[in-house]
Structures are given as C-alpha cells and as structure tokens.
Ligand binder design. Structure first.
Ligand code: 4AD
Ligand code: MG
Length: 472
C-alpha cells in the first residue's frame, strides 16, 4: 500500500482556512494525551513541526473507534480525516478522524515520558526521548533556525563557507586542551627508545581533534578574503559548568584587510541580526521560552537587536571592576584573566547590555593575536583581542586581529613556548603577501542558550559530551 501524502501539523495549524488543507487530510505523530468523554475521544498528537499539538477527534461512528483504548502517551499513529474549526477551547482547528492506524504502541507501564512535567536533569538521562518534549522540541527548532540565520547572514555579505579539518596535528589555541585521535592499541603501545612510537600511529605523528578551525580559516582568508566556518570543535578541559561542553559547535568568520574595529562591528551586526532572525522566525517557541524559562527573554533580545553594544578596553574593565565595590570570589588586578563573575558584572550590572572588551594583556591570550604598540602609561603588553560578553552567559564570542608580522609572530610563539616547526604553513602566510586580518569564534551552543533563556548548555546540544559523560 503506498503511503498517503502526510501533511505537517504546523502547515495545518497555520492554514488561512480549512479549505486550504487537503480533504481528506493525512496526519501522523506521537500521542501526547488522550481523553474520552461521552463516546468521543480527543487525542493530542505532535510531529515536531510546531510546539502546538493537533487535536484528533474520534467519535463512535469512526470504524477505528475501538483502537482508542490502546492509544497511550508516546504511541505513534496516522489519522485520516477532515480539518475543521474546533468548537473546543485551546485550538483553532482539529481533525475529525475517518480512520486511525496505530503504528507503534508505548507501554504506559514502561514509557518514561508521562504527562507530568519532568525535570531537565531527569530528561538529560533520556536524550533519546527528550526531543519529544515541548522544551526540547522548541530548542531543536530554535537551534535549527539560528544555524540557518547564521549561514544567511554570511552568505548575504558574500562570505565563503569553508570546511576545516576535524582531525589536526596543530594546536590552534596553543593551550593544549586537545583530545588525542589515535589508532594505536593502548594496551600494547609500540615503543621506540622507551617512548611511544608515534611513527607507528595512523598519521605517522600525533594527531588530535581540533579546538578551532581558525588557522585553516586564516589560510582561506588569505586567498578568498571573507570566509567563515561552522563546525564541531573539541576541548578536553575538565570544566563542569553550565556553559562548557567538551564537544561544541563554533562559527568562525575570518576577514582579510580588516582590523579589530572592523571585526567588532561585524560581531555586533552579526549578533543583532541572528537575534532578530530568531524573534522573526520562531515566535511560537520564543513565546514558550519567555513564559516558562525567562519572563524577560523577548524584551532582552529585542533590546539587543535594536541597540548598540558597549565597547571598553580590558584596562577600563579592570578599573570598573575595582571601583565597583563588589566582593568577587576572584580578586581583579591588571594582568589577571576575567572570570565569569567579572564578565557578568560588566555586562549585567555595569552596562546592562552586551559589551565588547578589547585589548587584553598579551600574557593571557593566544599567540596569534596582534601585539599592540606599547603606549606610555600602559601597564603591560596588550594584544588586539576582543571578547563579546552578554548577560547571564558572559563570553559568547572570542576573537582578535591576527599578528601578520612574521618576526613579531615568531617572537610571540617562542615566548609562548611553541615550537614553530609544525606551524610552518601558518608562518608562510606571513611570508607571502601578508595582510592585516581578523576573525572571531562564536560559541553556537552559548548563543542558543542565550536566545532561549535555558540555564544549562547540556540542554542545548542534543547529545552533550562533558567530563565522564558520553552516553547516546
Ligand atoms: O575564545 P575561544 O577559545 O576562541 C577560539 O577558539 C578562537 N580560535 C576563535 C577565533 O578567533 N576564530 O572560543 C570561541 C568561543 C567562546 O567565546 C565561547 O563562546 C565558545 O567558543 N566556547 C565554548 N562553548 C562551549 N563549551 C566550551 N568548552 C567552549 N569553549 C569556548
Ligand atoms: Mg575565549
């Protein structure tokens, strides 16, 4: 039997009139709830296309009415019937079923997602079923819309989308928080002179999962001018926080002939545009997050989409923190890295909107950031770095103008204790037609977390990887 053409629930619920729907119409989905009264059953189904469920009405005249007793939360079905205005409260349309097919049942004694509300912690243990809940369906749709909006933003500006490698031999951040990728048998390691023989490994050398596509994006920026990547990155940091994942997605534009001011403007335009995009394209889901997770979510995002970001240098930020009278857990002094509590003070209390902090001390930033010339009165060497901080999350973007001067870069690498041999190709970019250029990395999950008001980043990615956790 050929499968009848299915209509998505979202298409039906947003139809102008019932005449716009096929007649009869075929719908499929998973049952949320079933209730019966006076010989009529009301079955709420959802197919993931919208937050709202569709009500299927099955009355005693329907030949499949006896099936109703077997419908339970979580089972899957197909109904064929007529779309009509719903006389009941809570929905505009419903489908009056002419036929019903139970596709797969879900034993009510066993199915873990019953009608009551479950905690997010409980649902994390059920990553294979949680997409069926309202919250995780909404996160998945918002995440999808934001990914699309990100590509649209860059494509409309003529940026080229490049795919950078996931397995790499170089440490893009020079910070050493990398996962090793190996085919060596850890129980029987080949050795050479008492050391592991890396030559016997798959690539003939140590290889890792990338922490950032930046260095390869720089290669392409030095030929195609404006490029971006959007891919998975990996950090083997033992950070158990609500903002850290061991595997996360990063968006990394890299722009030739661009300085830090140009980059900060790009970052601001970019964030404002994607928040406007999500408000325009996900109104139903955003209303849900606003209602259940953060009562100020929509106004906050609207404000961000419509107002300029604050800019301040690291030195100004340190002065503001020292003058704040706050008692921070980590004391602030020039030269120390800004902790999450400091970032949040700056963006939430000091300015009340996103802040771009620039010109950090070179000692706390990566080797590739462009060194500033030191002005009289400076407390130390600084680099043309920028972090974009937003309320609740803190750092959402990290970037910089890149060091394009070969000699300065080599000195910085030596100071950072990096052997420059594996970076020969990176240095070649400074030997042949070097340009001022700049780029940043946006943490995709942190951005979706911010846009949805969700508290924990583990609820933003479908299958979170964190220390001691890689189920599913
Ligand atoms: O500041 P980061 O480390 O910058 C880089 O990796 C640069 N190479 C990017 C570039 O200039 N092309 O990371 C960029 C962003 C952070 O601002 C944060 O939003 C996110 O990536 N991020 C994480 N998100 C989730 N879990 C983690 N462990 C993260 N580490 C960084
Ligand atoms: Mg950073």
């Amino acid at each position: 039997m050929p499968t009848p053409q299915r209509t998505r629930i979202q298409t039906l619920l947003t139809a102008e009139t019932t005449d716009d729907a096929p007649n009869p119409v075929t719908v499929s989905g998973w049952v949320k709830t079933v209730r019966s009264s006076g010989g009529v059953a009301f079955v709420q189904i959802n197919d993931g296309s919208s937050l709202a469920d569709l009500q299927i009405v099955v009355d005693a005249n329907c030949p499949d009415y006896p099936l109703v007793d077997r419908l339970t939360t979580g089972c899957s079905l197909t109904a064929i019937g007529v779309l009509r205005e719903s006389p009941g409260r809570g929905q505009r349309y419903e489908v009056a079923a002419d036929s019903l097919t139970l596709l797969g049942d879900a034993d009510p004694e066993e199915y873990p997602l019953q009608k009551k509300r479950h905690t997010l912690e409980f649902l994390r243990e059920l990553a294979h079923l949680r997409p069926r809940t309202n919250t995780f369906g909404a996160v998945a749709r918002v995440r999808n819309a934001m990914a699309f909006g990100i590509h649209q933003f860059f494509q409309q500006r003529g940026f080229l989308y490049v795919q950078t490698p996931i397995i790499t031999a170089s440490d893009a951040e020079g910070a050493g928080a990398m996962f090793r990728a190996t085919t060596l048998d850890l129980n029987d390691l080949p050795t050479q002179g008492g050391q592991v023989d890396n030559n016997a490994d798959f690539f003939g050398r140590p290889a890792f999962l990338t922490v950032s596509g930046q260095l390869e994006a720089e290669i392409f920026s030095q030929a195609m001018s404006d490029v971006y990547t959007f891919g998975p990155t990996f950090r083997a940091e033992n950070s158990n926080t609500s903002r850290h994942l061991a595997e996360f997605w990063m968006v990394e534009p890299e722009v030739a002939f661009c300085d830090l001011d140009g980059l900060a403007q790009l970052a601001e335009d970019f964030l404002r545009s994607i928040f406007a995009h999500v408000l325009d394209n996900c109104s139903e889901d955003m209303a849900f997050f606003n209602r259940f997770y953060d009562k100020e979510l929509i106004t906050t995002l609207e404000d961000i989409a419509n107002s300029d970001f604050e800019r301040m240098t690291y030195t100004e930020a340190v002065n503001a923190l020292q003058a704040s009278g706050e008692s921070f857990e980590f004391p602030v002094q020039w030269g120390s890295d800004l902790q999450s509590e400091h970032e949040r003070y700056l963006t939430e209390r000091k300015v009340g909107r996103p802040v771009i902090v620039t010109d950090y001390p070179s000692a706390i930033k990566a080797f590739y950031m462009r060194l500033n010339s030191r002005a009289p009165g400076d407390q130390g060497e600084t680099v043309r770095a920028m972090d974009v901080l937003v309320p609740r999350i803190g750092e959402i973007i990290g970037g910089s103008q890149r060091e394009e001067r070969l000699d300065v870069l080599q000195t910085r690498m030596a100071e950072a204790g990096l052997d420059d041999a594996p970076y020969w190709w990176y240095l070649d970019l400074r030997r042949y037609g070097t340009t001022p250029h700049a780029g940043f990395g946006l943490g995709f999950e942190r951005t979706v977390q911010f846009a949805t008001g969700m508290q924990n980043i583990r609820d933003i990615i479908a299958f979170p990887r964190t220390p001691r956790s890689a189920e599913f």
